[in-house]
Design a protein around this ligand. Structure first.
Ligand SMILES: *Cc1c(COP(=O)(O)O)cnc(C)c1O
Length: 344
């Protein structure tokens, strides 16, 4: 049982916690891949010893997959840690960070932790306004965060304008391109950001095993950047930041093409199911390129509480200044149906 689930159970103890429908954190509704479960369980046998701090096996697997040398990779305790490391290596106190309104909450935390100041650029149609972001890069800016797709809005930037933006950023400014949901992109949307890393020494692409790969509870993600920047990231990285079972599970999940394909199909169908349901209910929503949808429900606090009472957890967006909206993760077909029925 998850801690969050347990809290809710204790708070409203009429629920059977196993039947709680968790659509609040964009996790994979299939759970972890069986291949990764077996790998993690067998790695647990070695958990009396420290992990391989270099993460050699996983880096080798990623290097082969992405066609980059292993010294272009940084492993993190979730890609959240990659975002934090990017801030630590790029920013001195008083310097500036630029990101979009409705940008992931960790960007503000990373900036604050580095004693930097944030410039939050108003969004355009709930997505990034790249022209305004470019204009917001000032003399003291040292880091820009861009998420594609964005969380919580689900908006997507096409490859051409994104690359044009990246090329326009001065080379002394680091850009962290956050691709936590990249595995959910349609074939037509996909682009090769690793090729961009080869051209741009100031670019870090961050990815995670928490979402499509189903390993959120093991905390593992990675960054891809040229060796200079990567060496600085690794110098700031806490030793042993990624556990042995997490490394083993990630290697297995990375090789599990079947699981990823099933995840993609399930998500595409589930997203369509939710969108059609919202339309039928007359609820506005933002078309999403991720594994979640943002839907306008009016008094989101009240709707959120009533969904919880019905055994369904979704995410409030007050911290993003979106009190009328909920973010709903795509679940299994029957979970999506239950959510739509409860909303009705
Ligand atoms: C979930 C998410 C991450 C990564 O989370 P970790 O679990 O720390 O890997 C990064 N960026 C965005 C936008 C996310 O939604």
């Amino acid at each position: 049982m998850k801690a969050r689930q347990l809290d809710i159970f204790n708070f409203l103890n009429k629920f059977n916690p196993a039947s709680m429908i968790l659509l609040a954190s964009n996790e994979n509704p299939l759970g972890m891949p069986e291949s990764a479960r077996r790998a993690a369980a067998s790695a647990l046998e070695g958990a009396g010893n420290y992990p391989d701090s270099n993460g050699t096996a996983l880096k080798n697997a990623l290097a082969a997959r992405l066609d980059v040398p292993a010294d272009w990779l940084t492993l993190g305790s979730g890609s959240s840690e990659i975002l934090q490391l990017a801030a630590q290596v790029s920013l001195k106190p008083g310097e500036g960070v630029v990101y979009s309104q409705y940008g992931f909450i960790v960007y503000a935390q990373a900036a604050a932790h580095a004693h930097a100041h944030s410039t939050v650029v108003p969004s355009r149609d709930f997505g990034h306004d790249l022209d305004a972001m470019r204009a917001a890069i000032g003399d003291d800016t040292r880091l820009v965060f861009v998420a594609n797709p964005n969380n919580p809005t689900g908006t997507f930037i096409d490859a051409a304008p994104l690359l044009a933006f990246l090329q326009s950023v001065p080379s002394h400014v680091t850009v962290l391109l956050d691709e936590a949901y990249t595995e959910y992109l349609s074939p037509a949307q996909r682009y090769d950001s690793i090729a961009w890393v080869r051209r741009l020494p100031n670019l870090i692409v961050a990815r995670t095993f928490s979402k499509a790969f189903g390993l959120a509870g093991l905390r593992i993600g990675y960054g891809v950047s040229q060796p200079g920047l990567t060496a600085r990231m690794n110098a700031h990285r806490p030793r042993f930041n990624v556990t042995t079972p997490a490394q083993a599970a990630a290697v297995a999940a990375l090789g599990d093409a079947d699981f990823l394909a099933r995840t993609y199909e399930l998500n595409t169908a589930g997203r369509d199911q939710l969108a059609a349901g919202f339309k039928e209910l007359g609820l506005a929503y933002i078309p999403s390129s991720g594994n979640f949808l943002m839907v306008q429900v009016g008094d989101a606090q009240t709707v959120h509480a009533r969904l919880l009472a019905a055994g369904i957890e979704v995410s409030l967006l007050d911290p993003y200044g979106l009190p009328q909206w909920l973010r709903v993760s795509v679940g299994l077909p029957e979970q999506n149906s239950a959510l739509l029925a409860a909303l009705r």
